[in-house]
Design a protein around this ligand. Structure first.
Ligand SMILES: *Cc1c(COP(=O)(O)O)cnc(C)c1O
Ligand SMILES: [Zn+2]
Length: 405
């Protein structure tokens, strides 16, 4: 573990109380400041003694590995997808398939660090609000750590697989009257009264674990930095985590070029993309976010300001895609690359397509799309957008008739 402190991202004040989620002085967002001096003595190869995954990058993490709560998160494949690249018309695309984490989304990267830290603190109850994946992940890590877990879900709007997971791992699942933003406000109230240790991404330890997706991408590309990294943006912590990882690799001298961070939102739920189009540093929350991509159906992104900073500072971009474009991209990944992602994850590929056609992304670029979650999380969407199974008699002739048609 590297030495670190929690500071306010807005005013720089140091924060000691591990149970506060915003700056006691200015109500600003918190972040972790790592002491990376020891890492400056190391080379990337030195880390390769550990197998690839979040804990390979322990020198960049604010939790001591002796408190590790792990179910082998990270180490996901980075596919070179030449078929997809040709289809959309760009020189090189890689897909980082985060759906192959233990609970099927990148949230596991943040949770292994967040729950390890909760255990370090001796927290009795952990909790989070979630559109689904955060709760599935927290429930699994709380089970592994043997800590009580409460998850706050918006009623009726959670994909079937995600809800099943939270229930399965034994969390107390609360179905809150309202949308994600309402569920988060309730969880924040519980945390303010110190009744739960909150593990939403407002908790600065979560993004620390999520930095590992960027460390892995660089490792897998042998530190040949890509021109651009595209990812979906919901509550906006992941793009911030990727940005923070880039800054830290620069600080220790392992990279000198910075990929353009490109955040994609769904058209009906796009406060960050709209702020970017207007050239603003802050966003206007949306009251009624709507999209089939439930993991990014968030109107008031907690880390929205950090995301905008990440995008501007890397010369990146932000735009929206329609639900239809998302479904088309999801299908393309399945039919061309054998990769099954949930709708929010397909937003990155939908965004790549759109920005190529608009000339924002140059066709000579080397691009990485982060595909955040597994398609099996949301089977209803797949069934709605796929042909029905074909009724078939128990006979070879009938099979031939069907295959021939
Ligand atoms: C959480 C999540 C997102 C959004 O990530 P943020 O950090 O909230 O921007 C995107 N896709 C999937 C599958 C997710 O679970
Ligand atoms: Zn402050």
């Amino acid at each position: 573990m590297a030495d670190h402190k929690v500071i306010c991202w807005d005013c720089g004040a140091e924060v000691d109380d591990p149970y506060v989620n915003t700056c006691p002085k200015c109500n600003g967002l918190l972040t972790v400041k790592m002491d990376l001096e020891p890492v400056k003595e190391m080379r990337p190869q030195d880390l390769r003694k550990e197998k690839i995954g979040v804990w390979r990058y322990a020198p960049f993490m604010p939790v001591d590995p002796s408190h590790k709560v792990s179910i082998q998160e990270g180490g996901t494949p980075l596919y070179r997808t030449d078929g997809l690249a040709k289809e959309v018309g760009v020189s090189e695309v890689h897909v980082k398939f985060e759906g192959l984490n233990p609970t099927g989304s990148f949230k596991d990267r943040g949770m292994t660090i967040g729950v390890s830290h909760a255990k370090e603190l001796g927290a009795k109850v952990v909790g989070c609000a979630s559109t689904g994946n955060t709760s599935a992940s927290l429930a699994a890590y709380a089970a592994k750590a043997n800590i009580k877990c409460a998850v706050f879900l918006p009623s009726g709007k959670v994909a079937a697989g995600k809800l099943a997971q939270a229930l399965f791992y034994g969390a107390k699942v609360l179905s809150v009257d309202g949308n994600f933003d309402d569920a988060l406000n309730l969880a924040l109230k519980m945390a303010d009264e110190k009744k739960i240790y909150l593990l939403n991404s407002i908790n600065p330890y979560r993004p620390e674990g999520q930095k590992s997706v960027l460390f892995e991408i660089m490792d897998q590309l042998n530190y040949d930095v890509p021109d651009r990294i595209i990812l979906p943006v919901g509550n906006a912590a992941n793009i911030w985590a990727v940005y923070k990882a880039i800054q830290e690799l620069k600080e220790v001298g392992w990279i000198d070029k910075v990929p353009m961070l490109t955040g994609i939102q769904a058209e009906g739920s796009a406060p960050v993309a709209k702020a970017f189009s207007a050239g603003k540093k802050d966003f206007i929350p949306e009251n009624k976010p709507e999209t089939i991509a439930t993991a990014i159906r968030i109107g008031n992104p907690i880390s929205g300001r950090k995301a905008l900073h990440a995008i501007y500072d890397t010369g990146g971009f932000s735009t929206t895609v329609t639900d239809e474009e998302i479904i088309t991209a999801q299908r393309l990944l399945g039919r061309m690359e054998g990769v099954c992602v949930e709708p929010a994850s397909a937003a990155s590929v939908a965004g790549l397509r759109k920005l190529l056609s608009e000339g924002v992304i140059d066709r000579s670029e080397r691009v990485v799309c982060i595909c955040t979650g597994n398609g099996l999380k949301d089977p209803d969407i797949i069934m709605e957008n796929s042909p029905s199974p074909v009724p078939c008699k128990n006979s070879v002739e009938d099979v031939e008739r069907i295959l021939g048609s």
